[in-house]
Design a protein around this ligand. Structure first.
Ligand code: URA
Length: 232
């Protein structure tokens, strides 16, 4: 982010005021005076000071976590480690996971403090695609594929929306669903007389897990990913 934009966001003045303040040598970047208003700074890592007082901006944070099993999708929990505790960096207040993965489910989880974006991504109206890698106890037969594709009665008010099935091997598949009902994938397979033995989310809307991302690791989304998410 440009230094003048950061200073303006932090309330140091308008963009024009801020350019002047910078030229007056009143702004330090990591302890060094800068007179360059178009210098790029990292708002998460760099220390910006005005007249020797820290200039802070509460930014929206977007984190992609490769959730490991055994960790709970909550902000606090007395028994288990939470997904927020997987992030070994200082987070601004108000961060939370967007939706839930079961404690034994692995994979892509978005963590943010952007309530509006979260609301939109989770809205049933938006029908955001979620892609899961699924391992099953039994062979996935043709009837199961057709049932998943048509929509399954999982004892809710309505059947599930049609899902996309891509068979990988006899007992494994990629399953794309557009809803986020409680234990949905496990219940869909259970309704077909099968059982999920391993579940990992690999995609949500425009976001995908990186191939080389270790379980439990995380990274900030880049600007393009944030833009794509906001447009979704
Ligand atoms: N469906 C499930 O059954 N569990 C999850 O964690 C996510 C989707």
């Amino acid at each position: 982010m440009r230094l003048d934009k950061y200073c303006a966001l932090a309330g140091a003045g308008s963009r024009k005021d801020v350019k002047k303040i910078i030229r007056q040598k009143r702004v330090l970047v990591n302890g060094v005076v800068t007179v360059n208003d178009d210098v790029h700074i990292d708002p998460y890592l760099d220390k910006i000071e005005l007249d020797h007082e820290i200039l802070a901006v509460v930014l929206d944070v977007y984190i992609l976590l490769n959730k490991p099993a055994g960790v709970i999708s909550a902000t606090t929990d007395e028994m288990h480690k939470t997904v927020l505790e997987c992030i070994d960096s200082t987070l601004p207040p108000g961060c939370f996971p967007v939706g839930r993965l079961d404690i034994d489910t692995e994979g892509l989880l978005l963590i943010t403090n952007d309530g509006e974006l979260s609301h939109r991504l989770l809205s049933p109206k938006r029908k955001v695609d979620k892609v899961y890698y699924v391992e099953c106890r039994d062979v996935v037969d043709q009837l199961t594929v057709e049932t998943l594709q048509k929509g399954v009665d999982i004892d809710d008010d309505t059947p599930t929306l049609p899902a996309l099935v891509e068979i990988i091997s006899e007992k494994t598949m990629f399953l794309t669903i557009k809803e986020g009902r409680y234990h949905q994938v496990k219940r869909m397979l259970a309704a077909c007389g099968n059982q999920v033995t391993y579940l990992k989310r690999i995609q949500m809307g425009p976001l995908s897990l990186d191939d080389d991302m270790a379980l439990g690791s995380w990274r900030f989304l880049n600007e393009t990913e944030v833009e794509q998410l906001k447009k979704w």
